[in-house]
Design a protein around this ligand. Structure first.
Ligand code: NAX
Ligand code: ADP
Ligand code: MG
Length: 281
């Protein structure tokens, strides 16, 4: 296996851009988070709050109707658009120009959602992060891989990765298959785990932050929001993925001495983002 590039503070500081003093919310990036279904609106709350806390100027959540009050009350800073369907997303249509989209957290796999996802992939040209059930829907329709725009970021955990690329019999084969996948479809794969690797064609990156505190519901949803935020702020796809994975891991490293591994929850990752950014200054 090739030697990975280590994602550490030195690597991050090569392209991390501090926030300009004269910036404003209109140029700080607008992220759209599409996801949620009945019982899994929390995934969108986590993703969209994480996107805001990672620095983009505006965040809109696109969710089924049942999530409207939940998101508006949970995070008043986030704007909300609702699908015409009550319990799951059935038609992805919005009258705004986001700079990046994160799709999949909590979206479910209803037949109407699959159809809406296909229609979206056929027309979308906005930089994209696909996670969770977005990946699961994609995995069941391999022909749809060809619809992915170059630089699309996929963030599978090991089970989602297996659904995407098929089973592997060794670590080496897992990386070989993921590299082939990344090259064939020109996408960036964030192989979440302990540790997380990022594959951009033949370049392999290995993260150095994070710990077992992250083994908790919603921590991947938070990561999707963070990466979508950096993409909306104008970072290149691979840079957004690297910065996101590093800072996400750092939130757990900073919080664990206070929470312990057991009591850390995904919301703690969001509340420690500020400290993670400060450690870069
Ligand atoms: N509060 C919420 O609304 C939450 C919603 N969620 C949503 O729930 C949906 C289902 O996602 P899930 O990921 O739970 O379900 P999946 O069925 O995709 O994945 C769970 C399976 O993957 C395996 N797995 C996960 N991480 C692994 C690892 N590191 N190593 C080996 N195996 C691993 C598990 O053992 C399990 O078999 C997604 O849409 C997701 O966004 C979850 O993120 C949890 C929180
Ligand atoms: N033991 C661990 N060490 C480091 N990071 C971990 C560990 N367990 C989980 N993580 C991280 O937590 C996140 C889990 O994502 P995911 O499985 O999609 O969660 P969810 O779907 O519940 O939001 C990933 O970023 C993964 O790398
Ligand atoms: Mg997940």
């Amino acid at each position: 296996m090739m030697t990975p590039v280590s994602i550490d503070k030195n690597e991050i500081l090569k392209y991390y851009k501090p926030i300009a003093v004269d910036t404003h919310k209109g140029i700080q990036g607008h992220a759209l988070i599409i996801g949620g279904s009945y019982g899994k609106i929390g995934a969108v709350c986590l993703s969209s709050k994480a996107a805001l806390k990672a620095g983009c100027g505006l965040v809109t959540a696109y969710i089924p109707k049942c999530g409207y009050q939940i998101v508006q009350i949970a995070i008043p800073e986030v704007m909300v658009l609702t699908d015409r369907n009550k319990k799951c997303i059935s038609n992805i249509s919005f009258d705004l120009q986001p700079d990046a989209i994160g799709i999949g957290p909590g979206i479910g796999q209803d037949e109407v959602t699959r159809k809406a996802f296909l229609k979206f992939l056929k027309t979308n040209e906005i930089p994209l992060v696909i996670d969770a059930d977005g990946l699961n829907i994609l995995s069941q329709n391999k022909a749809w891989f060809l619809l992915l725009q170059p630089g699309t970021i996929l963030t599978p955990h090991p089970k989602e990765l297996e659904r995407l690329i098929g089973k592997w019999i060794s670590e080496e084969e897992k990386f070989e298959k993921t590299i082939s996948f990344s090259l064939q479809y020109n996408v960036i794969v964030v192989m979440k785990g302990a540790p997380t690797y990022i594959i951009d064609g033949e370049t392999l990156y290995k993260n150095t932050t994070g710990n077992q505190a992250l083994a908790t519901a919603g921590s991947g949803d938070v990561l999707t929001g963070i990466i979508s935020s950096f993409l909306a702020q104008g970072y290149e796809s691979v840079q957004a993925a690297i910065l996101g994975v590093y800072l996400h891991g750092l939130t757990a490293d900073l919080a664990a001495p206070k929470t312990g591994f057991q009591s850390f929850i995904a919301s703690d990752s969001i509340s420690n983002l500020g400290a993670a950014f400060l450690s870069l200054e």
